[in-house]
Design a protein around this ligand. Structure first.
Ligand SMILES: Nc1nc2c(ncn2[C@@H]2O[C@H](COP(=O)(O)OP(=O)(O)O)[C@@H](O)[C@H]2O)c(=O)[nH]1
Ligand SMILES: [Mg+2]
Length: 196
């Protein structure tokens, strides 16, 4: 399965990709050149096949390459930070993103929920008009980090298994999302016959 991370530069796409794979997280922003493709090995998320994560460089100089990078994605995570300006930019990009992503499922990620002026997950979701997961991909010194990682991994794993059932995927995202800053630490998420 091909999962693409799309969004403006410096919103946290590379951090999310590294978080998922338990790599060392970047404390400074090193712009991604072009695209970086990471393989999530078979079995890593409990899935039977590998997942390729395409971490797409967000700088405008790569814009002409975005359609090529997105092509063939099954799932596109539209990553934004939770500032109004970036969320509005992301909303503006959605029609083109849909066109470039063929029939991929597109879900929002409202990253940097830790920042003082962050819009809530629900607010970002209502502006974007797509199901949105609120996360803090990098929160130095916090053990919440592992919870976010597991939530993303579950979502990817479920997406992989249930891609043809978009409704199921969306309801899982809804169950997985954080409401504002009140962190739901429940670790058991029901999905159909699965308890994850
Ligand atoms: N405060 C905060 N900073 C973050 C978070 N996620 C990533 N960052 C920082 O944002 C910067 C850009 O991250 P990066 O993943 O390189 O962004 P990309 O250009 O979208 O790939 C880095 O300095 C990260 O340390 C987060 O959840 N909260
Ligand atoms: Mg990057």
């Amino acid at each position: 399965m091909k999962v693409s991370l799309f969004g403006m530069h410096a919103v946290g796409k590379t951090t999310i990709a590294k978080m998922v794979l338990r790599e060392t997280l970047p404390l400074v922003h090193i712009p991604t050149i072009g695209v970086e493709i990471r393989k999530v090995p078979q079995g890593f998320l409990g899935q039977s096949k590998g997942i390729l994560i395409w971490d797409i460089g967000g700088q405008l100089k790569f814009k002409s390459l975005w359609p090529r990078y997105l092509k063939g994605s099954q799932l596109v995570l539209a990553v934004t930070d939770s500032s109004l300006e970036t969320v509005l930019w992301t909303r503006k990009m959605l029609p083109e993103l849909r066109k470039w992503s063929d029939n991929a499922t597109i879900l929002g990620i409202a990253n940097k929920q830790d920042l003082p002026k962050a819009l809530t997950r629900g607010r970002v979701e209502s502006i974007l008009g797509i199901q949105t997961l609120g996360i803090t991909a990098l929160d130095v010194g916090s053990n919440e980090h592992d919870i976010f990682r597991r939530k993303i991994i579950r979502s990817l794993g479920i997406a992989y298994e249930h891609l043809s059932h978009v409704d199921g995927l969306i309801s899982t995202f809804r169950e997985n999302t954080y409401h504002g800053h009140s962190h739901d630490k429940s670790d058991s998420i029901r999905y159909g016959r699965h308890t994850l």
